[in-house]
Design a protein around this ligand. Structure first.
Ligand code: SAH
Length: 508
């Protein structure tokens, strides 16, 4: 591989991933991830942001003391240097801001020493994210004109502390402790001993900006005991100061309907985007599992033959948004365009497919009342006799529509415009989250997704609740031995989310 500085080959990017919510990452970080050959990430960086990396990139989790998989700082540096020297674009992804308690300086020294070019991409640091996500105004015109970021635990083996608790106790503003969980009793006592009032309010914020964000209020006098009693674990930041009292009981973040809910969205990458956006907007943390992979059909021959005689069809029927994309892509690739559809009327199975057609500036003549093949067949039956239909579908599509149209006297050609196949590998992070009961809901958007999910994760799925997009999907789940806790009444992404909201409220 040749080194090309403009492409960043042989460069190391020290990148801040932000505090955890997937959107709180910078555009520059996304650019770096997209061009990385090697990504070294630590446990604080939300794995969801790794989706910005190219599928061909090597992703290495550096682990954490608690996971048992752990690389020493020297080993991490060695991997970065080695990667860059072999011409790779390396991203070292860190939680929050890479320069805030992130050992960034040690790594930079090593890179500079080895003559490796690098760039540092800042991120939103956890201690300041609490201002937005918990509405604790870390600076406030009456209560705090300064903020201090403090290490609650200094590096193991460090000869003497750099912290002067006398000065910190007098500090005229907000104190924010990082890495303070294990030593909470000690640093809080030291502050009180140096004259900071014991009743000074404290907020402990765990997993800030993530679905599992939790804020506990206490005081300097009680924080040690509270951490112990509630079994609070890292990562957490401690905000100490009057400004804590200004935080509302429920911040805008905690007040959203799916707050603290983790949802596994299974599907094919393209189709689940809308669902993910909708869930995230309602406050859910979305975990993705690719369950279905879509690709070119095994044989373009029948598709090309149908495209060559498009003018002979009275109706063109699409059973999925993917089908629309593959059909038109092939048409365009062969030099055609939408004018070739001049005569044919257009029917779709549901509103998402109609929306996709609209992106090609085409209006669906028929959208059935219920978004399934049976309902579409009913809508078309009266028009079918003596007409020619072209059905563009997936490799594993159903036969229902073709059969019904045939019975109604239509002449039906079916073409497979894309292949849909199960993903083979379960994402290990998703498996772990399912087994430990961290996933609350699993959305299932088709019978094929249901089958693929069960093949990938089996009984680990039982700790979560299923939300199904349609009765057909619910039936597929039931056949596999799983019950749906919510079923959409309108078979769309919006219908699915509404069903989850209804079920959530019924339980609460
Ligand atoms: N570079 C990081 C800090 C790394 S030190 C940053 O800028 O945020 C690790 C400490 O960061 C944790 O012990 C915890 O105190 C804090 N931390 C990181 N992410 C956090 C989060 N999402 N919620 C609460 N604390 C977090």
């Amino acid at each position: 591989m040749t080194s090309n500085p403009s492409l960043g080959k042989g460069t190391v990017y020290l990148v801040g991933a932000g505090p955890g919510a997937p959107g709180l990452i910078t555009l520059r970080a996304v650019e770096c991830l997209a061009r990385a050959d090697l990504v070294l990430y630590d446990y604080l960086a939300n794995p969801v942001v790794l989706e910005h990396a190219s599928p061909s990139a090597e992703l290495v989790c550096l682990g954490h003391h608690s996971s048992g998989r752990f690389l020493s700082p020297d080993e991490i540096t060695a991997r970065m240097v080695e990667g860059a020297q072999s011409g790779k674009t390396v991203v070292r992804l860190k939680g929050g801001d890479p320069s805030v308690f992130g050992r960034g300086v040690d790594e930079i020294e090593a890179l500079r020493g080895a003559g490796i070019p690098f760039e540092i991409v800042p991120g939103i640091t956890a201690g300041l994210a609490v201002a937005a996500y918990c509405e604790i105004p870390v600076t406030h015109h009456d209560d705090a004109s300064a903020v201090a970021l403090i290490a609650g635990q200094e590096r193991v083996g460090k000869a003497s502390s750099c912290l002067d608790y006398g000065v910190l106790a007098e500090f005229p503003g907000t104190l924010i402790f990082y890495m303070g969980v294990r030593k909470a009793a000690e640093w809080s006592r030291a502050l009180i001993e140096h004259g900071k009032p014991a009743e000074t309010p404290v907020a402990v914020v765990q997993w800030c900006t993530r679905a599992r964000q939790q804020m506990v209020r206490c005081s300097l006098a009680t924080v040690g005991e509270v951490v112990e009693r509630q079994g609070l674990r890292p990562p957490a930041v401690f905000v100490v100061g009057k400004v804590v009292d200004r935080a509302p009981q429920l911040s805008w973040f905690a007040d959203r309907p799916l707050y603290a809910t983790r949802v596994l969205v299974a599907g094919s990458p393209g189709t689940s985007e809308k669902l993910r956006d909708r869930l995230a907007a309602l406050g859910a943390e979305v975990v993705a599992q690719a369950a279905i992979r879509i690709a070119d059909p095994p044989d373009w021959g029948p598709v090309d033959a149908a495209l060559d005689r498009l003018d002979q069809y009275d109706w063109l029927v699409f059973s999925s948004a993917n089908g629309v994309d593959y059909f038109f892509q092939r048409l365009f690739d062969r030099g055609g365009d939408a004018r070739r559809l001049e005569r044919a009327k257009l029917a779709v199975v549901g509103s998402s497919t109609a929306e996709r057609l609209a992106q090609y500036h085409l209006h669906a003549d028929v959208v059935p009342e219920r978004f399934n093949a049976e309902s579409l067949a009913e809508s078309l039956a009266s028009e079918a006799a003596g007409k020619r239909f072209l059905l563009a579908r997936a490799s594993r599509g159903r036969q229902v529509l073709a059969d019904a149209l045939g019975r109604a006297g239509a002449e039906v050609d079916q073409i497979v415009v894309y292949k849909s196949e199960d993903v083979e590998d379960a994402d290990p992070d998703v498996s772990a989250a399912l087994s430990s009961g961290e996933i609350h809901w699993i959305t299932v958007t088709s019978p094929a997704v249901a089958r693929s999910l069960v093949r990938l994760h089996g009984d680990a799925l039982r700790r979560a609740r299923f939300a199904s997009i349609s009765p057909l999907t619910t039936a597929a789940l039931a056949e596999l031995g799983f019950a749906a806790a919510a079923e959409a009444s309108e078979y769309t992404v919006d219908g699915l989310v509404d069903a989850m909201l209804r079920a959530g409220h019924a339980d609460g």
